[in-house]
Structures are given as structure tokens and as C-alpha cells.
Design a protein around this ligand. Structure first.
Ligand code: 13P
Length: 253
């Protein structure tokens, strides 16, 4: 069944004290205020994962990781693997965030392996796609998204594609305060659903959650989430403020 999800990607933010404050506020406010069935996920830096899990214990709030390696284990200093994350009870893993595509040179071929790894270890991947400003201005955004989706995901079995979450995050909207309009976002979300329908089936495409990310705030979330193919959000900056993050969760109808 298509699930509505709001996930907070904390990126490289959160001292121990910040993590404890933010996670406990989110868990408490979630319990008191969020009753619309949306799945809420907190995604701190790796080292904060167990602390966030401890604070979220007994609540419905899920915990994710911002990345995983393509191998199970080995001599990869500074990396983290899917089986390690799974052994800690992590639920979700972001794969292919544009910041990793850009700063760690992660390409679709590598990301396809990471998505496979996540599935092998029963983590739910949140696979990110999105065009740069230059690509949009050159009118290449459809082509870029199609390539990211087909190269990153189309090796998956029908079972695994159904267990994959996709996030559309236009690079020009991340951290810029510039959000895609609801129609611009809907256009790409519907393209993504269409690509899945053509490769797999309409039924499978209808079941997949496609999140929007890029400057989502409490004052624009409801409008974005009202679109037929937008099934929640991947939130950066606003997920670091518990009030804003919970208000975004509540904007899902
Ligand atoms: P902002 O919400 O800060 O634009 O970040 C979006 C994002 O990159 C989430 O993964």
C-alpha cells in the first residue's frame, strides 16, 4: 500500500546534546499531535542513530541512516555497511542524495549496487533523484531523472521495487529556500510513476511512495502534499526544528 512518509535528513548536524533535545521533542510532539497515519522518520548522522533509537523506543517514529556502503564489511575506513545498520535495527537508508552524488562522486552504477545492498539486508532504501539548475535550464531534466531511475532501480525485482521509496529532490531547491512549485514537482513525480509503470506495472507504480525534497517548510508543505503523486517529503533544514518538522508531518492529509 502506498505510504505517506515524512523523513528528516539531519545531514551533518547534531551534537549529542542537540540530538537528545531534537529527538525527544519530535517523539513527544509526534505522540501528542500526529494522528494522520504518516510515517515519520528521523535520519541523524551515524553516531546519533542509537541515541535517537533509544529516545524513540516505544513510539512509532522510525530511524534511518544517510548512506551505506556497497560491500558487507572490510577495509573501508570511515564507511558503514547495510548489515551493520540492520544489526542496529535501522529502518531506512538514504541512497544517492545529491550531496553524495556531488561531493563523493557517487554515480548511478554504484547507487544501484547500494540499493541492492539495502534490500539484501531488509533496509528500506530512499533513493534520491533530481536535476541541477543547469540541467533544467537546458531542458534536460526529464532525461536526467529517467536515467537516474532506470540505472539506479531497474535491476530490482518486482518485490524489491515495491519496497523502495523514491525521493525527488531538485538540486536547485536544496537548502536554497527555492521550492519547486507544486505543479513542477507533480510533473516529475508523475513522470517517475509512469517510468515505474512502464518497467514494472501500473499496479506496482501506484503502490510506491514518492517523496518531494527541497526547501519544504511548514508554509509550503500542505500545498505540495496535496498533489496526487506526492506522498510526503524528505526534509533537510526544517527537520532540525522540532516544531517545524512536526508541522510538516501534520500537513499530510
Ligand atoms: P532542505 O530541506 O534544507 O532544502 O534539504 C532538502 C534535502 O536535501 C533533504 O534530503
Amino acid at each position: 500500500m502506498r505510504k505517506y512518509i515524512v523523513a528528516g535528513n539531519w545531514k551533518m548536524n547534531g551534537t549529542l546534546a542537540d540530538t537528545q533535545k531534537l529527538a525527544s521533542e519530535v517523539v513527544n510532539m509526534h505522540k501528542d499531535e500526529v494522528n494522520n497515519g504518516v510515517e515519520v522518520v528521523m535520519i541523524p548522522p551515524y553516531i546519533g542513530i542509537t541515541e535517537v533509537q533509544r529516545l524513540a523506543k516505544g513510539s512509532e517514529v522510525k530511524v534511518g541512516s544517510q548512506n551505506c556502503h556497497k560491500e558487507d564489511s572490510g577495509a573501508y575506513t570511515g564507511e558503514i555497511s547495510a548489515p551493520i545498520l540492520a544489526s542496529y535495527g535501522v529502518d531506512y537508508v538514504i541512497i544517492g542524495h545529491s550531496e553524495r552524488r556531488e561531493y563523493q562522486s557517487e554515480d548511478n552504477t554504484l547507487l544501484a549496487q547500494k540499493v541492492g545492498q539495502a534490500h539484501r539486508h531488509h533496509l528500506t532504501p530512499i533513493y534520491c533523484v533530481g536535476e541541477t539548475l543547469e540541467e533544467r535550464e537546458e531542458n534536460r531534466h526529464f532525461e536526467v531523472i529517467e536515467q537516474q531511475i532506470s540505472e539506479g532501480l531497474f535491476h530490482l525485482s518486482t518485490d524489491n521495487i515495491q519496497r523502495t521509496v523514491i525521493a525527488y529532490e531538485p538540486v536547485w531547491a536544496i537548502g536554497t529556500g527555492k521550492t519547486a512549485s507544486k505543479d513542477e514537482a507533480q510533473e516529475i513525480h508523475s513522470l517517475i510513476r509512469d517510468l515505474i509503470a512502464r518497467r514494472y506495472s501500473q499496479h506496482i507504480a501506484d503502490e510506491i511512495s514518492i517523496l518531494y525534497g527541497g526547501s519544504v517548510k511548514p508554509n509550503n508543505a500542505a500545498e505540495l502534499f496535496s498533489m496526487p503523486d506526492i506522498d510526503g517529503g524528505l526534509i533537510g533544514g526544517a527537520s532540525l526544528n522540532s516544531r517545524d518538522f512536526i508541522d510538516i508531518c501534520k500537513a499530510v492529509k
